[in-house]
Structure formats: C-alpha cells, structure tokens
Design a protein around this ligand. Structure first.
Ligand code: DNO
Length: 344
C-alpha cells in the first residue's frame, strides 16, 4: 500500500512539511482548485502543484478530485464537449505522472453532514449526520460543507428542477456514457479512475444516487469492464449504509479498488452516525477485518486516512485537521504492515 494524505493546496493550513513528517507518508492527494468545473486544467498549474509536492519529498500520484460537470450527470447536449475536456484533463495529468483520479457522480451535493463540530465526551469534535435534521433543511438554502457553495440560489433551484427528470436509471446511464467517453484517455495514460461512493449512500432531497451499494458498484463494473474504471473504497461512506458488508465488498472489489479512504463511524439511530477515531475499537466498523480483506485479496493501491476528529485544541478544517488524521495514518501503517507481513 502507498500511504497518502489529502492536501488542499497552498490554501491549506497544514504545510507539506508537516505532512511529510508523518511516518511513512509517501504522497499527497490534491487538486487544482481555481479552475471552474468543466474547464481544462492548464499544464502550468499542474506542473506547479507537482513541483511543490515533490520539493517536500511527496509524490502527487493521486488527484482528488477532477469534478464532473452537472451537465454530464444530467446528460445534457453540452456533455460531449465537457467529456472531451475531462479527457484532456486526464491526458494533461498523465504527463505529470498522475496514476489515479478520484471523482464522484453525486448530483449537486457531495458529502453531507448536519454537524461539523459534534462534541464528543472526551472534548474532541467530529462530523455527524442526523437524518431527520437534514430532511428538515431547505435544499435551496443550504450552507453545508462538501459541495459547491458558489451556486447562486437561482442556479441551485434551476439544477434541482432539471434533476426532476433524471431517474436512477438515467443517472446510471449518464455515468456509463461518461466513463465510456474517457476510457480511451485512461488507456493511453494508464490512469485509473476511482469513483467515490455516495456519501451517505442514499438519495438526498429527491436527487438520485447510484454508487452506494454492492449491487450498484458491481453493475457499474460490469457495464464498463476496463480495470481503469475502478473504485475509491471509502469505508465511511459505504459503512453508513448498514446493509453494506464492507469485508465482503473489499474482497470482491479488491482488483478494482485503486484508492482507499479509511475512517471509522459510530452508528446512532437508523441512519444517523457520528465519525470517530480511526481504530476498530472506536466505532462500529471492523477496520482490521476490512484492511485484512483488502490485503488478502491483492489490494496494493493508495490509502489515505480519511476524516479525523479535531483534537488537542486544533481548530482545523472539520474532518481535515492534522493531528487525528496523522494518528489515523500511524494506525493504518501498523495494520497494513502486520497484515502484509503475515501474508508473505
Ligand atoms: C470528503 C471527500 C469527498 C471526495 C469526493 C470525491 O471528505 O471524501 O468530498 O473528495 O466525493 O469526488
């Protein structure tokens, strides 16, 4: 496995030097953040980002994310030009040694939580999700993390309206169409696409989501069989779906898992959950068995600790502070080392 850490570019409060100081940290997962969704990233920007990472002794093999324009998800006539741009992005990134691109296909909203600073008994804070509270919110007037707040409310209303005609089947077909359009660029460059599962893995505000279950992922792999059509195995996203058996899914999908986001959850109520420290004992996911299943089935891809709590007085970006993610990386390093050595 290759251990990585998410870095939000020059604007991130955590320096590359600090990231490099985490034991076994091999690379960062980052992106060009100042180009509008759908446009091609200029090579100079990619080159600059890569040289900053490399100067700190870190690889830039993984990009998270190259976002997918809503017109592609909606299947609008403009999608072909946007897919061509996306393919050009893949080619440009390939020139700079990128190996894997993480993206998602969630309509309008990316990950959704209701509380970014849920107070735990030990004084730490973490992200949490309360389904009823979320359903009470007005999707047209949301201020939540993880999605593009740059929409005006008119744009947002327009989008929500347009999605009314997009069923699950249509969204899935649009995803397949998108993947078929970019697979030639992946074959040429050797870049693996790693779709991020829906987070949480159910529909939101009436918007369909199609990548949150074992059956959904299997169907996607069957529809586009190239191994460049792969998965980001996000334990927290998939794990929020109580019916998902992560150990089984890790085993079945290991050959197509190019990237793993590993984090822990504690269930509360039917759909509600609170994020927790990474180790197995801290929550309801058996992180040890999930990692073992990945390794036993041949996974040797990129890993990153995912959302951490805010601890030790750190007031970092919720989910993306330094300390708890560094603890997560240390824990995962230990798990992988032990399991990989046992396997040999
Ligand atoms: C949340 C992240 C997601 C992820 C995107 C990938 O913490 O895991 O926002 O980056 O869904 O496109």
């Amino acid at each position: 496995m290759k251990m990585t850490f998410r870095w939000y570019g020059e604007g991130d409060s955590i320096s590359l030097q600090y990231i490099k100081q985490i034991p076994n940290m091999q690379g960062v997962v980052t992106a060009v953040y100042d180009v509008p969704v759908g446009d091609v990233w200029q090579e100079e920007k990619i080159a600059k980002l890569k040289s900053a990472c490399n100067a700190a002794g870190l690889a830039m093999d993984v990009i998270e994310s190259v976002p997918v324009h809503e017109d592609i998800k909606l299947g609008k006539p403009t999608r072909d030009a946007l897919i061509a741009n996306y393919a050009q992005n893949i080619r440009n990134l390939g020139k700079y040694g990128v190996k894997c691109i993480c993206y998602n296909f969630m309509p309008v909203f990316d990950w959704l939580r209701t509380d970014l600073r849920h107070k735990n008994a030990d004084g730490s804070t973490s992200l949490s999700y309360d389904h009823e509270a979320l359903m009470r919110l007005d999707p047209k007037n949301l201020h939540l993390p993880g999605w593009d707040e740059s929409y005006t409310s008119d744009q947002l209303n327009g989008l929500l309206e347009e999605y009314k005609s997009v069923s699950h089947e249509k969204l899935f077909a649009n995803l397949v169409y998108f993947l078929e359009g970019i697979m030639p660029a992946c074959e040429e460059t050797g870049i693996d696409m790693a779709i991020h599962p829906d987070d949480p893995p159910w529909d939101m505000f009436g918007l369909p989501r199609v990548v949150g279950s074992e059956a959904g992922i299997r169907r996607l792999f069957e529809a586009v069989p190239s191994s460049h059509n792969g998965l980001t195995f996000c334990t927290g996203s998939l794990g929020a779906g109580r019916e998902n058996d992560l150990v089984k899914m890790a085993a079945e999908f290991a050959p197509r898992i190019h990237f793993a986001h590993i984090r822990q959850l504690r269930y509360a109520g039917k759909k509600d959950f609170c994020e927790a420290g990474h180790l197995t004992a801290a929550g309801d996911l058996d992180i040890y068995s999930i990692v073992k299943s990945l390794v036993d089935h041949g996974f040797d891809g990129y890993v990153r600790p995912d959302h951490g709590r805010n601890i030790w007085g750190e007031d970092g970006k919720p989910g993306y502070g330094l300390y708890d993610r560094a603890l997560g990386a240390a824990y995962l390093n230990g798990l992988f080392e032990a399991i990989e050595k046992e396997k040999r």
